[in-house]
Design a protein around this ligand. Structure first.
Ligand SMILES: [Cu+2]
Length: 158
């Protein structure tokens, strides 16, 4: 009786161990690396979520000077700003409108994004006219004013 119980325990442990191997890091790590690489080389259609806490990429990472968007020189880039406020934060003034200003001063503006118009896309050619960097910011006096002021877009390559 005791012996049978121990054999069963050993079998169960072995099973759990091999399941951990087949479901664990072997399957998750390469997937994460692959999608990161894809994001860097794609560079044409970018999603930027906008909420009162700041600008975020589609994986929910905060974008800003320390985590700029990178765009390849000469590429047509579409940046879609997505209204990402929680439903319970819908207050008067909870509307955003983005501007992108290049380092030479050229500025383009999105439509207003809010609950009934949740996305707006801006298109630019990365590095056109020798531009090296862009900054996006909200131009409405909104609830996220302090956090929606410095999305950095860097031109890479040549
Ligand atoms: Cu705003």
């Amino acid at each position: 009786m005791k012996d049978k119980t121990r054999k069963f325990a050993v079998l169960a442990t072995t099973l759990a161990f091999s399941m951990a191997i087949s479901q664990g890091s072997f399957s998750t790590i390469p997937a994460a690396v692959a999608s990161d690489q894809k994001e860097l080389t794609e560079g044409e259609k970018l999603i930027v979520k906008v909420n009162e806490k700041g600008f975020f990429d589609k994986k929910g990472r905060l974008l800003g000077p320390k985590n700029p968007l990178k765009v390849a020189k000469g590429q047509k880039v579409e940046i879609t700003f997505v209204f990402d406020e929680a439903v319970n934060s819908l207050a008067i003034g909870d509307v955003h409108q983005m501007a992108i200003t290049a380092n030479d001063g050229e500025t383009i503006e999105s439509e207003k994004i809010w609950i009934f118009n949740q996305t707006s896309t801006l298109t630019l050619v990365a590095g056109e006219s020798g531009r090296k960097e862009y900054r996006a910011y909200c131009i409405i006096d909104c609830i996220g004013m302090d956090n929606l002021n410095n999305l950095v877009i860097t031109v890479v390559g040549s």
